[in-house]
Structures are given as C-alpha cells and as structure tokens.
Design a binder for this molecule. Sequence first.
Ligand code: GDP
Ligand code: GDP
Length: 451
Amino acid sequence: TVLTCSYLAKAKRWTMAKPVIAIVGRPNVGKSTIFNRIVGERISIVEDVAGVTRDRIYSSSEWLTQQFNVIDTGGIDIGDEPFLEQIRQQAEIAIEEADVIIFIVNGREGVTDGDETVAKILYRSKKPVVLAVNKVDNPEMRSEIYDFYSLGFGEPYPISGSHGLGIGDLLDKAIASFPEKEEIEYEEGTIKFSLIGRPNVGKSSMINAMLGEERVIVSDIAGTTRDAIDTPHTFDDQEYVMIDTAGMRKKGKVYENTEKYSILRALRAIERSDVVLVVINAEEGIREQDKKIAGYAHEAGRGVIIVVNKWDTLEKNDKTLDKFTTDIREQFVFLDYAPILFVSAKTRQRLVKLFPIINEVYNNHSMRVQSSVLNEVITDAVAVNPAPQDKGQRLRIYYATQVAIQPPTFVVFVNNPELMHFSYQRFLENRIRDVFTFEGTPIRLISRQRK
Ligand code: GDP
Ligand code: GDP
C-alpha cells in the first residue's frame, strides 16, 4: 500500500507540465551536490520494480507549495568534446529546456575563465539566471562573494551544498523568477500523443510517415508553448495533437544525439501526453536505455504502446515475431499491459494500425467502470483466491470504487491496508484486467481503511 500511495502522489505530480530549473556551471563547483539537496531522496518506483538503475540528472521536487523539475546539466555527458565545449553545450541545453537557470560558481576559487564562458552563453538567452556561489561553508567567507557581481547576474547567493546552507533563499529566488505558465488547452476528446525513444530509432521518420498519411489533415504546425511544438491534426474524424518537444524533427546539435538528452526530451513529451509510443529499433534490439525511457512513461501513468520500428531490417522466419515479443515481455515486465506493434517507417508496414491503437489505448486510459460490476469482479476474485492471513489477521475487502481516470484508479476499502500485500494486489489488478479492457493503460489500486 505504501507503494501504491506514493504511486498516485507521483502520478499527480506529473499531470501538468511543471516549470523547470536547470543547474549549470563548470565541473566540480558542486552542481550534483546541490541537485541532490534540492531533490532530496526520491526513489523511483520503476527502479524498485524493474531493477532499472537511473542516472539522476532529472527529478521532480517542490519548495513550499511550488512543484517543479530540476535538471543537473553537468550529468549530461557530451562525449569526447573538449572541456570548454562541454560546458558550452550544457549551458545551451539549460537555456533550451529551463524556465530558470541556477548558475553555480565556486566561492573558493574566484571567477574563472570557465565561469566567464558559461556567463557569455547565458547572457544571450532571455531566461532568468540566479547566480549561486557555492562552498561558502561558513559566514566569514561571505565577503568573498562580491567578486562574482562582475559576472553580471546581479546579487550572488552564497550557499553551501555540502552543509545545506542558503538553499532555501536560492530556491525562493528561483521560484520567484518562474514565468507565467501558458499551457494551451485543447478541446475535450483531443488525443495528445508523443513518440519517445533513443536517438536514431526512427521517431522522426515515423512522425513524418504518420503525418504524411493521406487521410491526415495537419491543421497547423506552430511553436505553441515555449518548448514544445504541437502538431494538431485530424484522422478519420478524430482530433489529435502530436507533442514534439523542441522540434524533434529539426536536429543538428551534437548533444541531441546523447542518450541523456534524449531522456530529457522524452520526459517533457510524456508530461503533456495522454498516450506515449515507446519506439524501439528492431535492428539493434532492446537496450537498457529503452527500458529507462519506457519506465518514465509507465511511472507517469500514461497510456503506453511499444512500437518496434525498422522491422524491414530483420531476416525473418515464422518465429521472429514471437521471439521478439517474448524478449519485450521479459525486459519490460512493468509494461505487461502495453500492446506491441511491429512497423517500418521505411516500407510503411503496419503504420495504418497506429492511429486505431492510439484511439483504443486512449479510451482505455479514460475508461470508467461501473461500481457494481467492479465489486462483483472483486467478490468473485476473493472467492476464488481468498486473501492470505498475516500475523493471524486476514485481509477483508469491503468495497471498491473508481476514483479517477487517466489512468484508471481504484480505491479498495479494507479492514487494514497493511494486509494488502503486493502479490495479492497484483492478483486483484489482473482480475480487473481480465474483465475490463484496460489494454495499454496502467491501473492503480489503493487500499484504504474503512472508517
Ligand atoms: P559538479 O561536478 O559541479 O557536479 O560538482 P560535485 O557536486 O560533484 O562536487 C564537486 C566537489 O565539491 C565534491 O568533492 C563535493 O563534495 C564538493 N562540494 C560540493 N559542495 C560543496 C560545498 O558546499 N562546500 C565544500 N567545501 N565542498 C563542496
Ligand atoms: P530518430 O532519431 O529516432 O528521430 O530517428 P530518425 O527518424 O532520424 O531515423 C534514424 C535513421 O534510421 C535514419 O537514417 C532513417 O532513415 C532510418 N530509419 C528510420 N526508420 C526506418 C525503418 O523503418 N527502416 C529502416 N531500414 N530505416 C529506418
């Protein structure tokens, strides 16, 4: 139960696109220390369930009542570029992705060339920058910070990442600098979807092929929000919006091919989507990174479809498809509900099936079930497989009700929520899935004590 409750809290935090803070600065100034201070201990559920380890460069957090996401740009590995080039690119990512930038310098070293390089890039953007002077571990050192006025970002904030000093004031300032949100509303019933995946799996090719589909009417390709490009279109009388973060289709920058950056992109797209297509490259098979990306979609509670692209590249026999399916089911255990489609953007094989599957998953993701039927299902399930006893007490289930959609969320009233073990909960979930068509959507089950 602890698991499911944090699940729901987490899902709720994801439903709106939140403002983003990016941390920049040259190596060793303390970026990751401060990132960890800001996000605290947030253990991912997918990490727990699927054994997927996640490099933490992106996390949600909150300060007072404001929720936001934080990026540690220092964790984005640009490859073998020279040092100055790396920090230059990290600063560019910050400008592109963030609403507010926290620029960190080292109070023990004074202003360096590296700091000035970062500063020059940040000047060129219109994004608010808050300058933090780190490693100011004691009050006597506070006078050191005045040198940093020369960087041109106004008042420097003295902080100590390792001692946790000054972080509150810094966050107050960062949050006060968030711009007004301009989230566009689409008509009810419009399906927002996105394609996510590692670089080169064929996302852009698929998008072009899908939007090039004869019956698709693209109404308008516009830079609608500051960082997303939405493509509204109609197909067979259904309205869709394809969410494309910061122009997936216009590429060129070196960092756009880095895997961590692709995760960032994916996260921004997931936040605004109802249904997420997780694209895998058949030619290369399943990679660790695919699982991470898919894990985010699952955790965010979105509808998920697994799309295996470049199906044309494989030598196939009558077992290839089954074998690939088995592999996916083994590797993406947490996505057992997601339909799998094998396509080729190149030959257009099975692309026509995509929109109907998106519709179906969307409907399942938004489905409400009747309480009476739900309770029958649960009563039958308990009759077939009674809840096990624990410390002499048996779980009793009184009543269940659906409390939310997108994803469908059920509250089960019981005598004692601690008696609802993970395996029994899975059993109930599976029984619910057997009866209702929840293909493509996660469902949540929350146990509550009956008052
Ligand atoms: P990054 O490369 O910018 O992400 O920097 P890290 O967070 O990895 O920190 C670099 C080094 O500085 C580590 O050895 C940290 O322990 C140390 N450090 C970070 N913050 C502080 C601080 O406030 N005071 C002191 N004295 N050391 C710090
Ligand atoms: P993205 O980085 O995920 O957007 O991937 P792209 O759409 O840019 O595709 C990467 C490369 O894979 C390009 O050279 C495409 O031509 C190629 N590609 C994409 N889809 C397919 C496919 O279905 N079959 C084959 N053989 N190549 C593909």
